[in-house]
Design a protein around this ligand. Structure first.
Ligand code: ADP
Ligand code: 5GP
Length: 208
């Protein structure tokens, strides 16, 4: 089993939350605040959109290639999204950053996160909550990217996501963006100081 611990190595950080909670907004601000944080580039079998680059937006693969990677257990998690295309997180993509001491952030749904929990139990799992369901509805409507029917569908899906929130290591309420960002940055700092991740530092400091 891959071990995503140790202070010299980076952390695997997984963030989930219902659509409209503010994940994209909070994550963007988190990247501005934490220079050691990198995003994991997923693999997919969908075709690149105009302007998308292989290795930057996604690692684009054929279905055959993706299924070969599944058979080789190359994925931390993967899903057949909307029944049409495969999407997945490659272990090697995550491992290369962690070995280089970078903290790697995955923004994935609760089902994907639960799969990662099984494979990387020392990951840091953060569930972002809206202050209330009413506020979630307001944010989804206010964003203006979904029609009324799509908003209702996402709110129903949110209840399923909330059910799974208990399995996460941390719950963070996104009341104010800056508050949520500060809390996640504090979680990352605390995780780096965990005694179980700091054996190498302790050895170095205490050696004669
Ligand atoms: P997600 O990525 O979780 O679907 P977004 O980041 O797109 O959510 O945010 C949904 C909407 O809510 C956006 O219009 C965004 O500007 C707004 N938003 C995000 N965080 C907050 C916050 N703390 N307070 C008020 N509005 C917010
Ligand atoms: P898009 O095709 O718009 O880039 O993404 C479609 C969906 O695929 C989004 O809901 C996105 O969250 C999901 N997705 C992207 N990468 C991954 C991944 O690595 N794993 C999983 N499980 N879903 C992903």
């Amino acid at each position: 089993m891959a071990f995503y611990g140790n202070n010299r190595r980076g952390l695997l950080i997984v963030i989930s939350g219902a659509s409209g909670t503010g994940k994209g907004t909070v994550i963007k601000a988190l990247f501005d605040k934490l220079p050691n944080l990198v995003f994991s580039v997923s693999a997919t079998t969908r075709l690149p959109r105009v302007g998308e680059k292989d290795g930057v937006n996604y690692h684009f693969m054929s279905r055959e290639e993706f299924e070969r990677e599944i058979a080789a257990d190359a994925f931390l998690e993967y899903a057949d999204v909307y029944g049409g295309a495969y999407y997945g997180t490659l272990r090697r993509e995550v491992d290369k950053h962690i070995a280089a001491g970078k903290d790697v952030l995955l923004e994935i749904d609760t089902q994907g996160a639960i799969n990662v929990m099984d494979k990387a139990p020392d990951g840091v799992f953060v569930f972002l909550l809206p202050p209330s369901k009413e506020e979630l509805r307001k944010r989804l409507t206010g964003r203006g990217t979904e029609d009324e029917q799509a908003v209702a569908k996402r709110l129903a899906a949110a209840d399923v996501e909330f059910e799974r929130a208990k399995r996460y290591t941390y719950l963070v309420v996104n009341d104010e963006v800056n508050n949520a960002v500060d809390k996640i940055a504090a979680i990352i700092a605390a995780e780096h100081c965990k005694a179980s991740r700091c054996n190498d530092i302790l050895d170095e400091v205490t050696k004669n």
